[in-house]
Design a binder for this molecule. Sequence first.
Ligand code: NAP
Length: 434
Amino acid sequence: MSRTIAVIGAGPSGFYAVDGLVRALPDARIDIIDRLPCPYGLVRYGVAPDHQGTKAVQRQFERLLAKPTVRFIGNVEVGRDVTIEDLSALYDALIIATGCSHDRRLGIPGETLDGVVGSGAFVGWYNGHPDFADLDPLRPDMRTVAVIGAGNVAIDVARVLAKTADEMGKSDIAPHAAAAIAKLDLAEVSLVARRGPADANFTGNELAELGRLAAFQAIAQPELLDGVAAPDGDPAPERMRKTKNLEILRAFASGAAAEKHRRLHFLFWCTPVALHGVDGKVRTLELADTRHPEQRRRVPADLVVTCIGYDPSPPAGLPLERGHIAHEDGRVRGLPGTYVVGWAKRGPTGVIPTNRADSLALVKVVVDDLATVPPSRKTGPAGLDVLLTTRGIVVIDTTAWLRIDKMETTAGQTEGRPRVKIGTWFELRDLARS
Ligand code: NAP
């Protein structure tokens, strides 16, 4: 009998695991289950809409979904519609690849003011994630934005807000977000980093792009860059990345006199300590100098987007709570046949291809384990269909997803974009059923 495997989470680490599985076990029947109606996780809902090159990996995932042994089972939430125990009874192996989706919090006064939003929600909103269709984070009177964090997500958020409608013309930004951003007349975006310029997590290409914006001038303070170098003790790739960042920031520092009147400031050594508002709406961000915490300043901020990483706690209903923490090799303790991979296992670090190696290493563990157990009579996909039908759960399967995909790409063609995303639960479910 062929093996049956369920992958929970249809994002990059889930699909990279499927890629390894179809090579190692070509006969295995694989269901890739996601609570969302559309596959590809971070590729669809996390990668910036103007970075279509990064989304090209989706084509590789599409080829996997085209295989007769692989099914997408969307609109099914593990923990709500089916339990881990249900799935364990149906499949020979379960791979949890649910990523990290909840925003980490700053934990400072004023965080609940209107106009303060986490990057998970904000990025989801501009990427057409159905959970954030009603977020509505922008008001046309907003003039100043503080983006907190010195990672690539902070750069994405700053760039998407700073780009003109023309610059976003070939992107797949959600239509509601494109319209709201186009109504803004921003004067200033501040990128707030609690450490120094040599410690930023940015990668060079992403940072350099901020120097090529049509309407915004990227500005760094020259005095913070004087004599600063990447630490000698860092491994060579890190030293190279930091050295390149410093070169780019020096170019930003020397070009401050240029003509663009909208400003994108880098504020290094600034730790957020409080947010202050008027009538419940955020107006200023109070910062302490990280090296001299008694020195405080306030910067104007009508919108604050925190890009400080994601809470690594697992979604409810998955057996990753205390006591079940995964072994380094991805096996979930106490639950034979259950594995975890990607951001769900190691936290929110690394670019999309980082997950490939992680997922392929896990597949080796799964395949080795399966080789030690005799073939089972578990019914896999057929059993899942019966279970979901009995419970009245409407699945968005590969065919339904392809229908959504076709609608989106066809609408995109008429606008010269890769796709026009459908971004509400209602529309997606309705389309899938039609
Ligand atoms: P990240 O690189 O870990 O950056 C998080 C930033 O938040 C850090 O600068 C961190 O500062 C700061 N931070 C954390 N807690 C804070 C606090 N309480 N107050 C102020 N600052 C705080 O995370 P990310 O930007 O979310 O990115 C996640 C991963 O996705 C990264 O590996 C990233 O490279 C990747 N990614 C890649 C791309 C791309 O390739 N284009 C795009 C987006 C994301 P400290 O360093 O001081 O802790």
